[in-house]
Design a protein around this ligand. Structure first.
Ligand SMILES: [Zn+2]
Ligand SMILES: [Zn+2]
Length: 270
């Protein structure tokens, strides 16, 4: 966002919504006047504001343990970031905060325990161009390119006569909305831990995935037929129970602004 624009309190939903509405009105006027470059710039401003405000909402939802809502909002940020990065300068992308959000959306997603998703296989009858409504066929295309902006509008190909043929369960889906998990059975402690240590959604942090050795007597309460603490999925008795030390997956969080509590806090799974 440029410097002459008033700053917006991203936690104030009404303020964000009214700013988005004002930008949309200005975009309509610019488009009607045929001022394509102004209309396109307003489109970029709208997307950038949607990205940062949706990101703030997502992090607030994580704080309130609404993990599934936040997951969908992070996904929304990711999609909007893709469209914006295709249609803006690197400088705008960075200065608007979209660059930060893109990077941190990936980091937050990596801390989720979700790993399987439903992916529908669809058969599409035909597509039309969202800009000119042209029915797209192999030998008949319009001049608009999917994912580009024209006079303040994003060109998408709209699918018609959709038919879902099958739903498959996948681990690396194109879109991540359809999580196949019951959240109540999952462990969100990484998200909870991280949230309790950051003050603002724009605090910078790093997560380093490593392993750490722990002496076996730390696990004396784990019975032989219980899952091994090394998280191999095998029973303790058939896995690490004879070892002197047990290697456990571990994450070190590094906070750029330091911890707001005791820096020695270490979380242990048992
Ligand atoms: Zn077209
Ligand atoms: Zn083990």
């Amino acid at each position: 966002m440029t410097d002459n624009r008033p700053s917006i309190n991203l936690n104030n939903h009404t303020e964000v919504e009214s700013t988005l509405a004002a930008l949309a009105d200005a975009k309509t006027i610019a488009a009607e006047k045929g001022d394509e470059s102004q209309a396109n710039q307003l489109w970029r401003d709208i997307q950038a504001l949607k990205i940062v405000s949706t990101y703030v909402t997502a992090i607030n939802n994580i704080k309130q343990q609404k993990y599934r809502d936040a997951w969908c909002e992070l996904e929304q940020c990711e999609i909007t970031c893709n469209f914006l990065s295709e249609n803006s300068s690197k400088e705008f992308y960075k200065n608007s905060g979209a660059d930060f959000v893109e990077k941190y959306v990936r980091k937050w997603q990596s801390l989720y325990p979700y790993c399987v998703f439903a992916s529908p296989a669809m058969v599409v009858g035909y597509y039309t161009c969202s800009i000119c409504n042209h029915k797209i066929r192999p030998r008949s295309r319009c001049q608009h390119i999917k994912g580009r902006i024209y006079n303040g509008e994003l060109c998408t190909h709209q699918a018609h006569d959709l038919e879902i043929r099958e739903i498959s369960i996948v681990t690396n889906p194109v879109q991540k909305y359809s999580v196949v998990h019951n959240d109540e059975t999952l462990d969100f402690s990484l998200l909870e831990y991280l949230c309790s240590h950051i003050c603002s959604p724009f605090d910078e942090w790093e997560a380093h995935w490593t392993t750490k050795m722990f002496p076996k007597d730390r696990f004396h309460s784990v019975s032989e037929d219980y899952k091994c603490p090394c998280q191999s999925g095998n029973n303790f008795g058939q896995c690490c129970s004879d070892k002197v030390e047990i290697e456990i997956p571990h994450i070190d969080f590094v906070f750029k602004n330091g911890l707001n509590e005791n820096a020695e806090v270490e979380r242990f799974p048992y």
